[in-house]
Design a protein around this ligand. Structure first.
Ligand code: ATP
Length: 256
């Protein structure tokens, strides 16, 4: 399987505190990697380091065979490794169409110049509409983001990142704040839309074991900044020691 991302020897400190310690793993085409672990394990720090927001103290991040250290999130997204940034909550008065367009404009070299009249960008608008359709958001294009449900807000954020057509997408808790009843629908929509938009691999921080057992192809377990498990979900859910270390009790139905 083609390797897209390689992280090796990643150490990240905050002052005297070591949040990530010598983290190494690869992500190949076709994988949906769930990153799990207790609060403070370093999951968000890992996503922020992989996506160029933080520079590690040591180690390297290789994407498509080249180091991407120091590129920063915007340049990295344009290179094909993107994360969502929860901009919907930052710009609640923007319509769904404008919010999704942020990424399309960035790809066109118009880095987040949102004040420009939207009508100037016919090609980008067409693409925005195509992506909105993949996310089932066509009927919401002119709705202000503030009027969306929590699940729709998550989808708009991810849709915006997808206009950059990334090969690999990093998602930090894509279903947080969404009711249990809606989580599966949102996860299915986002995975299906991501594939349709050309995403080849996903790395997501996720706490919901039921979602992981159903949608992940691999689980990486972090504890105190170190990888303590890297395995297929079926093996993960059948390892009581790993479960106890990383998540405590697992819902019975996640065990299949
Ligand atoms: N900017 C920062 N400055 C100092 N310490 C930080 C900073 N960001 C995170 N930390 C600390 O680093 C550790 C890892 O934090 P991180 O947010 O990556 O963990 P997490 O696994 O995502 O946790 P959670 O599940 O609670 O979101 C925690 O102890 C946190 O307090």
């Amino acid at each position: 399987m083609e390797m897209l991302l390689r992280a090796f020897g990643i150490t990240k400190t905050y002052g005297a505190f070591t949040a990530l310690s010598d983290i190494s793993f690869d992500v190949s085409k076709g994988e949906v990697v769930a990153v799990v672990g207790p609060n403070g394990a370093g999951k968000t720090t890992l996503v922020s380091t992989l996506s160029g927001l933080y520079r590690p103290d040591s180690g390297d991040v290789i994407f498509e065979g080249r180091s991407v250290l120091g590129l920063g999130p915007a340049a990295l997204a344009l290179r094909g490794l993107a994360r969502s940034f929860q901009l919907v909550t930052v710009y609640p008065t923007f319509t769904v169409e404008d919010m999704i367009a942020v990424g399309a404009f960035a790809r066109a070299g118009e880095t987040f110049r949102l004040w420009k009249p939207a009508c100037l960008y016919k090609a980008e608008r067409d693409e925005v509409r195509e992506i909105a359709a993949a996310f089932g958001l066509s009927h919401r294009l002119s709705t202000p983001c503030s009027a969306l449900s929590q699940g729709e807000k998550k989808l708009v954020d991810i849709a915006s990142a997808l206009t950059l057509r990334p090969r690999l997408m990093l998602l930090d808790e894509p279903t947080s704040g969404i009711s249990s009843a809606d989580k599966h629908r949102i996860m299915e929509t986002l995975l299906d839309a991501a594939r349709r938009c050309g995403v080849e691999s996903l790395v997501l921080v996720e706490h919901d074991m039921d979602l992981i057992s159903r949608y992940a192809t691999r689980v990486i377990g972090l504890k105190a900044g170190q990888i303590v498990a890297d395995m297929r979900p079926d093996a993960f859910f059948r390892d009581p020691e790993v479960i106890d270390t990383l998540v405590g009790k697992v819902p019975h139905h996640a065990l299949g």
